[in-house]
Design a binder for this molecule. Structure first.
Ligand code: 5GP
Length: 193
């Protein structure tokens, strides 16, 4: 399938700083809007309690992930907190080719790769309601050592600066509002009239 013929304007990428609540938004979309097609990523991290292979992630070992990279089966991939995560290319392209909107929830490194390879994709930045709120979420219960906290905050500052690379920003004041806005975005595309 030629990449150039894929209508990538139907591809929406949700990204943003870590701790901003991307996975909560996606969990709510799964629950309230099961008709939305969400890409299922491959990851080398271990499943968390309740996570189902093929639903939340495809869990793979390092050798399997290496094979997917070698065979060019990933649309993008990145290393995050010591594990690798990637988007299987074929499922995304098949949905787009069939005219079905596709939603990816990935980190910033991945969003940049999608921008580079699929120019028409819509990149949505999920922003925290305020810097203080992001700090509160990242610092959590305050049980982390100060150097860990400082590293997280430095990363968060750099991640927030990525907002200008995105097509639009949704502020995560309420999970329900963000989901509603995302759902309406998925239904409308710049070249649809
Ligand atoms: P978690 O381990 O908490 O599920 O995810 C950690 C981070 O990996 C989150 O920022 C999430 O957006 C990101 N992520 C999940 N799947 C993918 C993927 O396929 N590609 C990239 N680049 N990041 C991903």
């Amino acid at each position: 399938m030629a990449g150039g013929s894929i209508p990538s304007r139907r591809l929406t990428v949700l990204s943003g700083p870590s701790g901003v609540g991307k996975s909560t938004v996606v969990a709510e979309i799964r629950r309230a809007h099961p008709q939305v097609w969400l890409s299922v990523s491959v990851t080398t991290r271990a499943p968390r309690p309740g996570e189902i292979h093929g639903v939340h992630y495809f869990f793979a070992d390092d050798a399997e992930f290496d094979r997917l990279i070698d065979e060019d089966q990933l649309l993008e991939w990145a290393e995050f907190a010591g594990n690798r995560y990637g988007t299987p290319r074929r499922a995304v392209l098949e949905h787009l080719a069939a005219g079905v909107p596709a939603l990816l929830e990935i980190d910033l490194q991945g969003a940049r790769q999608v921008r580079a390879s699929m120019r028409e994709a819509r990149l949505v930045f999920l922003a925290p309601p305020s810097w203080e709120e992001l700090v509160r979420r990242l610092v959590g219960r305050g049980t982390e050592p100060p150097d860990v906290v400082e590293r997280r905050l430095a990363t968060a500052r750099a991640e927030l600066a990525a907002e200008k690379e995105f097509d639009l920003t949704l502020v995560n004041t309420s999970v329900k509002d963000v989901c509603r806005d995302l759902i309406s975005l998925l239904a409308v595309h710049p070249s649809d009239d």
